[in-house]
Design a protein around this ligand. Structure first.
Ligand code: ATP
Length: 340
């Protein structure tokens, strides 16, 4: 079998340096991938292209799998988020973020092993904002029956496939009775009609956040709409050591884009201090996805080697500064490679 062609979007800020560390590790682990590099974000603008060039979208449509670094989003002005636009354009409706304790990464909690499933295409991320009159602006929250149903189905199907017994929906249907009400109602319907053997719990999101910080080990699969999923993903990252250790996948019916939960962190870009682990773990998810969708065991084998490599590096205290170590981006990649 030949190598799998995978699109690499290095992104902005720390993106290129963590992406090149990850590429080196995958190469050393004999991962059977060949990279098709495309640009997005400020990197694309600098080349005189659109922030999200058609050539990048077309490459992902063609190859169906991508590994993506973060793209910088201007705050309060400027172009809309490239990350959000890409997920919408390719209809990558499910964001999946596994959050686990790692041996060698100290955190306040132990026994955390949960997965955040975030609806990726609507909610308050509709981008429909209006100025009604000077001094009065609105932002439109959108919920559709089709998007709420498919994300609920995705979460329950995932729970069944992975042997996870419980799905917890975070919502605010007491206040947003129509939008969050629909999300909650359809999650209940999918549960009753299609996945009755899985446990379903529903929590108003404020109480859910309190429970998360009291005892995160009680949760298994968390299901929520777009904005809540964004916020809760970072909260959950904080439970296990921070943004440097949480990977992610954006999945649609036909395509999959793997990217870390963290952003482009311009404050530390270009200084060889960023932790490449979150993107590396995302690449491991990507290899497992390739193994599942193509039946190529070489991908699973490479994923296992890389996971064992970073687990043993972390356990030996070889880690970057954000998680209490002393290594730079490149040195951490070297440490993982030495243990493959
Ligand atoms: P963006 O505008 O792209 O979202 P941001 O700086 O607002 O970028 P994040 O990059 O998500 O948001 O991260 C917030 C902070 O967390 C960063 O400023 C950085 O200090 C830290 N951080 C994030 N990712 C990493 C990483 N991989 N390694 C080390 N520190 C990180």
């Amino acid at each position: 079998m030949s190598d799998h062609e995978v699109v690499l979007v290095p992104g902005d800020g720390i993106g290129p340096e963590v992406a090149s560390a990850v590429q080196r590790i995958l190469k050393s682990a004999d991962a059977p991938v060949s990279w098709i590099e495309r640009q997005a974000g400020l990197a694309a603008l600098a080349l005189g292209d659109d922030v999200l060039p058609d050539s990048t979208l077309d490459a992902i449509r063609l190859h169906r799998v991508a590994l993506k670094g973060p793209c910088t989003t201007p705050v309060g002005e400027g172009f809309t988020s490239v990350n959000v636009k890409l997920r919408k354009k390719l209809d990558l409706y499910a964001a999946v973020r596994p959050v686990r304790n790692l041996a060698g990464v100290t955190s306040r909690y132990s026994g955390v092993d949960l997965v955040v499933v975030r609806e990726n295409t609507e909610g308050l991320y509709s981008g429909v904002e209006n100025e009604i009159t000077p001094g009065v602006v609105t932002s439109l929250k959108v919920a559709t029956e089709s998007a709420c149903t498919r994300i609920a189905r995705w979460a329950f199907a995932y729970a069944r496939r992975r042997g996870r017994g419980q799905v917890t929906v975070f919502h605010k249907a007491n206040i947003m009775k129509l939008t969050d009400g629909l999300f909650l109602r359809l999650a209940r319907r999918v549960h009753e009609e299609e996945y009755p053997e899985i446990g379903l719990d529903t929590l108003i999101i404020d109480a859910g956040c309190m429970k998360l910080v009291q005892d995160p080990a009680q949760f298994s699969v968390l299901l929520m709409e777009n904005l809540y999923g964004d916020v809760v993903s970072d909260l959950c990252a904080g439970l296990v050591g921070g943004l440097g250790v949480v990977p992610g996948a954006n999945l649609g019916e036909e395509m999959a884009v793997f990217e870390a939960v963290h952003g482009s962190a311009p404050d530390i870009a270009g200084r060889d201090v960023a932790n490449p682990l979150a993107l590396l773990m995302s690449a491991v998810m990507m290899l497992n996805h390739l193994a599942e969708t193509t039946g190529d065991d070489r991908c699973r084998h490479a994923a296992e080697r890389i996971k064992a490599g970073y687990d043993s590096a972390l356990a030996a205290g070889e880690k970057t500064r954000d998680i209490g170590g002393t290594l730079g981006t490149g040195a951490f990649a070297d440490a993982v490679i030495a243990r493959l």
